[in-house]
Design a protein around this ligand. Structure first.
Ligand code: JCF
Length: 663
């Protein structure tokens, strides 16, 4: 049973490929626990039930490493790598050398001592000569074998590697910390270090740690293979986790290619790495090269450029995005970080700035990880200069002067001049012209770019003033395509109110809401003058949507654009707003059962009530219709028994829409 559980454990924690359901594992584990309780003489310290010892210790014992734990020389540039390879080739008198490459884990180096196949001692690196005995803590790491799975294990085998916390585990841990109102860990490395130094192993066990092996220390009666690459295979056979990203490459070109590949993979890896490690592959060659001070001449840690650096906030600007979102951006004293010089970094939004208490003039940590845009992480609060200033979000858009609004519960501030703001121009035109809005065929991204960049069009009404002469000036615009475009623009004048409302690009007003608004108000003027309360009479329109509409329509710039659009001759069939007498379900009671594809229960109820109907919970003879969606319940049966007519979703929808002059 111990062997079976060890195997399942290995498949789950090391291979990440469980072969039995969790429940089966749990059952087996429990059975073993019960057996061991009934027969204590059968319990061994390598049993999978014995990972978490019960007694906290006073402190950590010192451990002397029989073979010192090495540090690595660092390299930071291509030059450093070429230099390393040249030295190795010269010392070995070889044309080209094979190297074993692996990710450089950003964790904590540890040594695991196995005597006759049993894990008897685990220690931290310490100063390389002497570390601390953290055996009880290391035993809690499921990826570390307590017992080597071989019949004749060597008397001594010391396995070295790195303890770390995977990114996903780190995130989960920090979420749990936040939920408990406890302090967050800065990064996975700190979280792992903290876990490893717990005096109570039960606390370590609560932190999800991983381990990867990268070498051996002392060995007895365990013939070493000839190369580092083969050693990794051997360790893998002993069920030690080894990185899948390891590789054996040839020469400096191979090293730099590996570095490139890992730089690109870095963000997608499950764990943090701070570089890659190169080792001369042959152990004979390693020995010939020897050591300088405490670092081997046969290895190099090629570090990624630091992702965080200190700089100073000179000022905070506000950028307006294509959708009107305002982003505060720190103007920085130029700083080299993540491999490039950075002068701007995002501060995300107002709340983030307040939360981190970042001010203009502060010294700040700037982070640029991979291709992610640089951000300001934190300020050195204790070094704040007296002239540091608090940032205040502008009340008007820095690009167009429209009012800035912020929806309650949202972190983002937005420019409300969606139809007018130059920052949102292209986006607004594309939205306006799309098929589901004004349906101006052929007015796509390229053309919008040309029209806006060529200053022919600023806002949607400008489209209706275009002429063949104006279009002729555009590159790659033939007579024929110009005529087609003008024809499509002209055709769009005849539209529906719903399409027109949708085309305005009001935040939170999609096609469906636009249709509801059109239906409810019947024409534009009553919509333009509708207050918050009137807007909330529309089905599905709550306070947030009503506020968005009001913010948009209250902005004079937008009103002007709307007036110009109407003046351009855009029109729709007039329809009277829905009157109570026109309610198609007036006086009828409906019952819903099953799941509808297009409407939630609440939406269906709202639509039915808006049409004058009522929704009841149970079927009776007085039920007008039962509406059955997917997986209907017993109500469908009752309807059939009572002879109540049954509708499907599309029948319900056409019933709801039946008095509409447009949709
Ligand atoms: O991943 C690491 N941090 C790492 C450290 C990988 C290695 O292969 C190492 C190391 C430290 C020393 N190898 C040695 C010899």
């Amino acid at each position: 049973m111990r062997a079976a559980i060890d195997l399942y454990n290995y498949q789950y924690y090391v291979l990440d490929a469980p072969t039995v359901p969790d429940a089966e594992y749990d059952r087996l584990f429990q059975e073993l626990q019960e057996l061991e309780t009934a027969h204590p003489e059968l319990r061994t310290s390598e049993s999978p039930t014995q990972r978490v010892g019960s007694t906290p210790r006073e402190g950590f014992k010192e451990v002397r490493h029989p073979v010192p734990m090495l540090s690595l020389n660092n390299g930071f540039s291509e030059e450093d790598v070429l230099h390393f390879d040249r030295r190795v080739r010269e010392a070995l008198d070889r044309e080209t050398v094979d190297y074993a490459c692996e990710p450089k884990f950003d964790g904590l180096a540890v040594s695991l001592l196995y005597r006759h196949g049993r894990l008897v001692e685990g220690s931290t690196r310490g100063d390389g000569e002497t570390g601390e005995d953290v055996t009880a803590n290391l035993r809690t790491i499921r990826a570390i074998p307590l017992q080597l799975p071989v019949a004749a294990p060597p008397p001594v085998l010391e396995v070295r590697g790195e303890v770390l916390m995977e990114k996903r585990d780190f995130q989960a841990l920090n979420q749990a910390q936040a939920a408990r109102g406890e302090k967050l860990f800065v990064n996975p490395r700190n979280a792992a270090a903290g876990a490893l130094r717990q005096l109570d192993p039960a606390l370590t066990a609560l932190r999800p740690l991983s381990f990867f092996a990268y070498g051996v220390g002392a060995v007895e009666d365990w013939p070493l293979p000839a190369t580092q690459g083969e050693l990794m295979e051997r360790l893998s056979q002993l069920r030690f986790p080894v990185p899948a990203e390891r590789a054996v490459v040839q020469g400096a070109t191979g090293l730099l290619g590996y570095f490139e590949r890992m730089s690109r993979m870095r963000a997608a890896l499950r764990y943090d790495i701070d570089g890659v490690v190169y080792k001369v592959n042959g152990f004979g060659q390693q020995q010939a090269l020897g050591f300088v001070s405490r670092a081997p001449r046969f290895a190099l840690a090629h570090k990624f450029p630091a992702e965080e650096a200190l700089s100073e906030i000179l000022d905070i600007d506000v950028q307006v995005g294509r959708t009107g979102a305002l982003t505060p951006v720190a103007r920085l004293k130029p700083v080299f970080v993540g491999g490039v010089t950075v002068t701007n970094a995002t501060l995300h939004n107002e709340d983030e700035i307040r939360r981190k208490d970042i001010r203009i003039g502060d010294q700040v940590w700037v982070r640029r990880a991979g291709d992610v845009i640089p951000e300001v992480v934190s300020a050195l609060l204790d070094q704040r200069p007296p002239h540091a200033r608090i940032f205040i979000m502008p009340s008007h858009c820095p690009v167009c002067g429209s009012k800035v609004v912020r929806t309650e519960g949202e972190a983002v501030s937005r420019c409300s001049g969606g139809l007018y703001c130059p920052a949102q121009r292209k986006q607004a035109l594309l939205h306006f012209a799309q098929r589901r809005a004004m349906d101006i065929d052929g007015l796509g991204e390229k053309l919008v770019d040309q029209l806006v960049d060529g200053e022919l069009v600023r806002t949607p009404p400008d489209l209706y003033g275009l002429s063949p002469q104006l279009l002729a000036g555009l590159p790659r615009m033939g007579e024929k395509s110009a005529a087609n475009l003008l024809e499509a623009i002209d055709r769009s004048r005849e539209t529906t109110l719903a399409r027109f409302i949708f085309a305005l690009g009001i935040r939170n007003v999609g096609e469906t809401t636009a249709r509801d608004l059109a239906r409810h108000f019947g024409d534009l003027p009553p919509l333009l003058s509708a207050g918050q309360d009137a807007l909330q009479q529309v089905p599905e329109v709550g306070p947030v949507v009503a506020q968005s509409i009001r913010d948009f329509l209250d902005e004079a710039h937008n009103r002007e654009v709307i007036e110009r659009l109407v003046a351009c001759g855009i029109h729709w069939p007039s329809a009277s707003p829905r009157l109570p007498s026109a309610q198609p379900l007036a006086g009828l009671t409906l019952v819903l059962t099953g799941t509808l594809a297009h409407l939630s229960r609440d939406q269906a109820r709202a639509r039915i009530e808006h049409a004058g109907g009522k929704v009841a919970g149970s079927v009776s003879k007085r039920t007008a219709y039962v509406v059955a969606g997917a997986d209907p319940g017993g109500k469908l049966q009752q309807a059939l028994e009572l002879g109540v007519p049954v509708l499907d979703e599309s029948q319900l929808l056409s019933l709801l829409n039946q008095d509409l002059s447009e949709s």
